[in-house]
Design a protein around this ligand. Structure first.
Ligand code: KIV
Ligand code: NA
Length: 266
């Protein structure tokens, strides 16, 4: 396995090879998915929801993102690692956006960063790419915009909204992003945007026509039993397996059947 770089994603789009992306937040999970040949790993601010238990991604801090990015990087993945800029780390001014993007690379060890928004963050994307930190855009359903959207709702419905999203996609590309996540938009619109852009589109809840797909690892493993959105496919049901293991352990400790002699030291 060769180290993946942004050049691979440009080539994959040109050759029609789909890009497989998963989120990861820690060392063991990264090792497992990297050995399987995942192309890109996203240290998403979704860590706040699926690991820390927040209701949304807004409370996630730079400290959180650096801690988890470092844990991921210790697995020395061949996959290309992108770290999310959390809420309030890039919205207030270009200087702090550049500093925080730089910290995810310098302290976290990520190869690139991702931030949410379109036309409104084009300047920010340019400012970061100008210092040679690759940026992945993220448009459509942008979870950090929860309160503007009035909930986690599909975006880009209707002609006017679709045109706005196309403008966002083009602005992100023009600003210098190497790829863009399309989240929670109609699949016909995702297809149009994918055809229009020269950079790869990575879809989540955006249908099959994107250049790649991304899902949250906890979702595909069936670890988040609370709810499962329509766009998630569960490739395993780990929650009941973990429950079974824990139940067996508890029963054996209570019953005195664990530990046995062979688990002890002479
Ligand atoms: O934080 C995250 O996991 C994400 C992906 C779902 C795109 O931003
Ligand atoms: Na995110």
């Amino acid at each position: 396995q060769k180290q993946k770089t942004i050049l691979d994603f440009q080539r994959m789009k040109a050759e029609g090879e789909k890009i497989a992306v998963l989120t990861s937040y820690d060392f063991p999970m990264t090792g497992i998915m990297d050995a399987c040949g995942i192309d890109m790993i996203l240290v998403g601010d979704s860590v706040g929801v699926v690991v820390a238990g927040y209701d949304n991604t807004l409370p996630v801090t730079m400290e959180d993102m650096i801690y988890h990015t470092r844990a991921v990087m210790r697995a020395r993945p061949k996959a290309f690692v992108v770290a999310d800029l959390p809420f309030l780390s890039y919205q207030t001014d270009l200087k702090s956006a550049r500093l925080n993007a730089g910290l995810l690379v310098k302290d976290g060890g990520a190869a690139a960063v991702k931030l949410e928004g379109g036309v409104n963050v084009a300047e920010t994307i340019s400012a970061i790419t100008d210092m040679d930190v690759p940026v992945m855009g993220h448009i459509g359903l942008t979870p950090q915009s929860l309160h503007r959207m009035g909930g986690f709702k599909v975006q880009g419905k209707g002609e006017e909204q679709a045109e706005k999203l196309m403008a966002d996609a083009l602005a992100v590309e023009r600003a210098g992003a190497f790829a863009v996540v399309l989240e929670g938009i109609p699949m016909s619109l995702a297809q149009k945007i994918t055809a229009e852009l020269t950079i790869p589109t990575i879809g989540i809840g955006a249908g099959p026509h994107c250049d790649g797909q991304v899902l949250v690892i906890h979702d595909i493993l069936g670890l988040c039993s609370k709810y499962s959105p329509k766009f998630v496919k569960r490739y395993a049901e780990l929650a009941p397996l973990i429950g079974e293991a824990c139940s067996n352990y508890i029963a054996e400790v209570k019953g005195g059947t664990f530990p046995e002699e062979r688990h002890g030291f002479k």
